[in-house]
Design a protein around this ligand. Structure first.
Ligand SMILES: [Zn+2]
Length: 267
């Protein structure tokens, strides 16, 4: 209010002398009273300001690059919200699953699946945060998809079906990221991974049917759906010259890359 030249710029009023910025003021009347306190505060603020001849620009100080992007802000919010549990894992593409399964899997590793514990973190008022299937443990993403007692038996059967009896799936990493099992068979490893992603997708689908339509399922029904659905999705995405036989898929899916001994067609 005391500035005599109302059009003056900040650069007009700051001079950089001996590594310090000082005010070159032009007041309409000498500051007094409270205005003097404000002037002292202003002098403090500008003492560390360095005016350059570059054009004015915005800088996003929360990112090292200084450039604002919605993803950098989103990552920052997630890091603050989920702390050490934040996952910054790149998910490799798997050509044997449909896009919707890939997106679901990506959301799992980003902890973006609306299980009750995640909704609770967002401040959504829920009647309970216990697992809707076992009603005994807090429903985290890992619990819902892997460790719930109602679900772990499904994984045991999937491992049995794939002749992976000496391994176990106990966490998200084992179900989604890890492609151990077929070190000398890249295609087999991809198909094993695709099967696990599809299993997670179907387990989540049935969890939702239980929550929203109160439809209960049994392990045999779920295993059957996982076998049928994964066969359907994977076989239409695999090379036509080496088709997967349905009976072989059920018997030992890890051998599907070898030519079938006799072609019985799809049962
Ligand atoms: Zn449970």
């Amino acid at each position: 209010m005391l500035e005599s030249q109302k059009e003056a710029t900040v650069a007009d009023r700051i001079s950089y002398v001996n590594s310090n910025s000082i005010g070159i003021w032009d007041w309409s009347r000498p500051p007094s009273g409270r205005a003097l306190d404000e002037l002292m505060e202003l002098n403090n603020l500008i003492s560390s300001v360095c005016i350059t001849d570059r054009p004015d620009a915005g800088k996003f100080s929360l990112d090292a690059s200084g450039i604002f992007t919605t993803s950098s802000l989103s990552n920052l919010i997630n890091a603050l919200k989920y702390g050490v549990h934040s996952r910054n894992i790149a998910l490799p593409r798997n050509k044997f699953v449909p896009q919707k399964v890939f997106i679901f899997t990506w959301r799992v590793i980003q902890l973006k699946i609306p299980v009750r514990s995640e909704l609770d973190k967002k401040g959504i008022d829920l009647h309970t945060i216990l697992c809707p299937l076992c009603d005994h443990h807090i429903e985290t993403i890992e619990h819902a998809l892997i460790t719930c007692p109602k679900v772990s038996s499904i994984w045991a059967q999937i491992l049995d079906w794939w002749n992976q009896n000496n391994s176990s799936i106990s966490d998200i990493n084992g179900a989604i990221i890890s492609d151990h099992g077929f070190p000398h068979n890249a295609v087999g490893s991809y198909i094993w991974q695709a099967t696990k992603w599809i299993a997670c997708y179907i387990i989540w689908k049935h969890r939702n049917l239980k929550v929203f339509s109160n439809k209960m399922w049994n392990p045999a029904m779920l295993i059957s759906e996982i076998q049928t659905q994964s066969y359907s999705w994977i076989s239409i995405r695999s090379r036509k010259k080496n088709p997967i036989e349905w009976h072989q898929w059920l018997l030992n899916p890890s051998f599907f890359t070898a030519p079938p001994p006799n072609r019985m067609g799809i049962g």
